[in-house]
Design a protein around this ligand. Sequence first.
Ligand SMILES: [Zn+2]
Ligand SMILES: [Zn+2]
Length: 399
Amino acid sequence: MNFQKFDEIFNRKNYPAFNKNYLPMDDYPCICLSGEKYRNCCKKDVEEALQHENGEKECEELKKIYCKNTKKLISTKIVNKAINKKNISYCLAEKVFGNCNACNNVKSHTLAKGSILSNLADNDNVLIAFNDHQMIDKKLFDDNIDAYYMDVSIDDASLAVSYCKDHDRDLFLEIEADGKNQYSHTKIQNLEYALKSISFQVYYNLENIKYLAELIKTSKNVLGSYKGIESKLLMNYSVLVDELFKLYPLSQMILEDIKEYRQRGKIKKLKTEYFKLPCKKINISCSEVIEEQSINYFINIVNAPEPYIIISYYENEKYSTWINAKKKEFEDEKYKSFYMYDFILSFIITNAQNIYMNKCKFNQLSKEEKRFLYLIHREGTYYIPDNELKDMNNFFFDR
Ligand SMILES: [Zn+2]
Ligand SMILES: [Zn+2]
């Protein structure tokens, strides 16, 4: 599998298929992505590994190479190689716009640098991100919560190699500008923001798939069970491939819409709801696709330069749109910032990976608050009793 060739990357036939027990199917490509059929490649070793119970020592070894937490499982090594060596590289606009120069795929921000990252950072050049690569370790978590966050310079934040130079420049003209362009709910702004979020999600998905394939090549033991934790690697793998081939057509739809808009000034399909936040500034930003009730929502939290949450989607007649209900609740709500705080915590922080925070504000949080925020990110609000929910309104929103 060549992760530098558009036609190979976005062809479902090059990926493994799984049965309902998440076992790879014989006549489909192997899970190590060698290009061989599974039955002729890793099948025998995989079956052995699945029977094998890892001992304590093996578990320790595995922890170092396989940081597993459902969706949040990417390794820094894969990210660095994907981006800096362009190991995963393509132009997402190749089919819809064409005329790409493949040698010219560039590193670009999946969060607009001007309108999002710079405005978020104030005068600092450094932002804070969740460190999703850190395994939860009780002692480390109690003693050094800062290990679960990382500093990221604006230049390195939210990168992907998913456009050629020309398309990276042309497709985000409205929202990149210099961050001073007011968000005014225009169709083209909404399309560009939606494209940003799906650009991240497609790339992140590919990084994860590549990571799993390489892990399996490195050690089949990753498939055996951990002490107390059953390995869900194959299930994750199957979900990731399914997601990729739901996201890919959506990304092409957004690009088609942008093309249509440029040629005829119309867009047919993309719907958008936006929430003007009741504050001067929001101290986190995010660009991500999150699925809710069978619809993929393209979500952006921005200071552009005023704070907004922008949520776009393609309607699906089969499913009623959750977002309309949210918007109505928000409009009727008297305490809007509490409503939004809850929404950001339980929906965004829990589901998203492409999140950045203002460093200065983050440094003002107590250790307890940092632990709380990380736990929410990792495990959601579900397990936290109401009386332990912290009020961090002042962290998220500047009045
Ligand atoms: Zn194989
Ligand atoms: Zn291109």
